[in-house]
Every structure is written in C-alpha cells, then in structure tokens.
Design a protein around this ligand. Sequence first.
Ligand SMILES: *Cc1c(COP(=O)(O)O)cnc(C)c1O
Length: 378
Amino acid sequence: MSQSIKMVDLQGQYLRIKSEIDSAIQGVLDSTAFIQGPQVAQFAEALSKHNQNCSIVTCANGTDALQIAMMALDFKPGDEIILPVHTYVATAEVIALLGLKPVFIDVDADTFTIDVNQIEEKITSKTVAIVPVHLYGQCANMEAILKIAAKRNIYVIEDAAQSLGAEYTFADGKMMKAGTMGALGTTSFFPSKNLGCFGDGGAIFCGDAKLTERVKMMANHGQKVKYQHDVIGVNSRLDTLQAAILLVKIKYLDEYTRKRNEAAAFYDQQLNSVDFVSIPVRAKNSTHVFHQYTIKVNSGNRDHFKKYLEEKGIPTMIYYPIPLHYQTAYKMDGFGPGSFPVTEQLSKTVISLPIHTEMTNDELMYICSTIKDYPRHA
Ligand SMILES: *Cc1c(COP(=O)(O)O)cnc(C)c1O
C-alpha cells in the first residue's frame, strides 16, 4: 500500500472519467480545430459560470496570465509591485521581466499569505499594484488588501493559481470567489493544480468589460482587428485540446474540492494532537481548496522528517525551500537573512503532505500513523 501513495494522482483521476475525456479529445482530433476551436469559448463560459459570471480570457499558462494582466494595466518600467516573498517564482518573475520592480513583503506565519500589516509602509509614489497570492488554496486577507489599494489608488491583481474555487466572505457578508475580487485575477491549469489540464493552460479573470478587451488584445499579439497591432502584445492561447479536457473536468471541480477537504479534515483530526507539527490554520473569511496540505515541523529537523517519510513510502514536497530574496536572480541590495524572518523560517519548517482527489482513508491513516510513529529523538 505504501508503495502506491502519490503526491498527486493524475492517473487515478483520469481513469475515473476516462471515457468522457477520451471522447472529448477525439472530438477535437476529428474537427482538427486545434486553435480557437469552439471548446475554448465554451470552457471560458463554464469557468465564468463557476466564478460569479466574471469575465474570463484564457491563455497558455498561469505565468503568462500574470504577465498579460500586468501588460494590460499598462505599467511602466520602474513601477513597483508589492507581492509576498513566500510564493512560487512566477509571481516575481513576470514583474521583473516587464522591467517593473518586485517589492517583497513577508507573510503571516499562520495563513502563509501576505502580511497585510506590512503593506502600507512599503507603498511609495511608484507603487502601482499589490499582487496577493492565495497560497496553498486559501484567500489572502482581501478585505484589508482591497481597502489599502482603494485608499492609495493602486490595482490589485490576485494570483489564484492555487486557489480556484476558494470563497472569501467580506465583513458585510458578501461572498466572492478567488480571482474575482481584484481588478484582475489569474489562474493556472497546470496538471497538478486543482483544475488541471493535460499540458499547460491558464486564465485571466477580468473586473470590467474595458479591461477584458485590453487583456484579450494583449494575449493576442496586441491586436483587436486582425493584422492591426495597436500595442505590443504576446501570443498566449489555451489550445482546443486542453479546453476540451477542462470542459469535462470543470464539471467535477466542486467534487474535487470536496474530496480535498475531506482528506484535509482527516489529517486535521489525526495530526492536531501531534506535538511536533502544526496543522494548517484556516484563514479568517476564506474557504480552503487545499491545493496543498502544508504543515509546519516545529521541533526537530524538517529534512530528517521528510527523509523518514520517504523511506516509509510517503512522498512530500517543500513549497518553497529557498525564499525568493535568497535566489540569485532576485537578490536585491540590502536584503539578506533576517529581512523576511517568517518566510525564512517557513522555508525551513513547512512540508506538504500528499493530497489529491483519489486519496483513500487507508492511505491517510497510514500517513498519519507513520507521522505519529516518527522517532523524533532518535
Ligand atoms: C503554478 C503557479 C503559477 C504559474 O502557473 P503555470 O501555469 O505553471 O505557469 C503562478 N503562481 C502560483 C502561485 C502558482 O502556484
């Protein structure tokens, strides 16, 4: 049994809906409409329905989605963008690539999302946007972020690559989905994401019609009318095969989220009393879609613990082992050890356990009892 535990079970998930997926793929092959086939628009519509009718522009991957969003907002080289330092590199990468300046902020030690108490002090006359990352599957403190952004007249671009379907509840009771709260939001359909395709894919969530047109234009060579290029854009498309696969899978997204939550609840219940780890803290006002189930190893050596689990047939991952301000490409003068203490600590203590839509109670039980049996002082 321990042999079969996977971090993510893409094969099991596929086999469950194989006939539907296979016929969707065959349909695209039969039509040979590989680019901009009807499934692309159909999927965008299905995704919009799943996200409060927010307008959607699909693109080639989640990194492109971030880049296109920033291009659409017309930022100028040297403009500053605030983002959490505990995130996947893509968030910082596109900022730097566009000649903008990433301004890192530490994260909250409990929720792993941007520490909203540190944002305002980093805002300057050059700040144009905040990019909260809804890390591991739950929303950042959007109430506070949107308030700061409105007060300082800057944009919010949500990186919802890990949080598709998560719901945030504002103080007035209004509920909104991850990615739909800022001026723009972005997501990814990388195979292991909560809604994964069989290759690369991404989408941008657009707040208003004017911005939607601009995003569409940026993703399509800067043209509104064919062969008329008003601005410099990129070529970034979700291909029809991926759209056809996603069109099948989106029907199951809520069920997938439920299964991830069931696995998380099992872990919570079993690991709550294990004194050397702490289980994920639920963010206030957000549901969790558990892209990752990430615990902290509070005492002892995380890497030793990881090796122990590996020897017992339990795969784990570290998101993220090296903070961005330590990365050669993103080093900045004046930032080193101690600059972002929470993130630095998390890089040494976090460990993500297997979580996916096909997990069995036997697997979960085996993982939890193996953790409980960890000979910590050996
Ligand atoms: C996966 C991910 C991305 C990038 O998505 P790709 O489709 O792989 O380009 C961006 N941001 C975060 C937080 C991610 O997890």
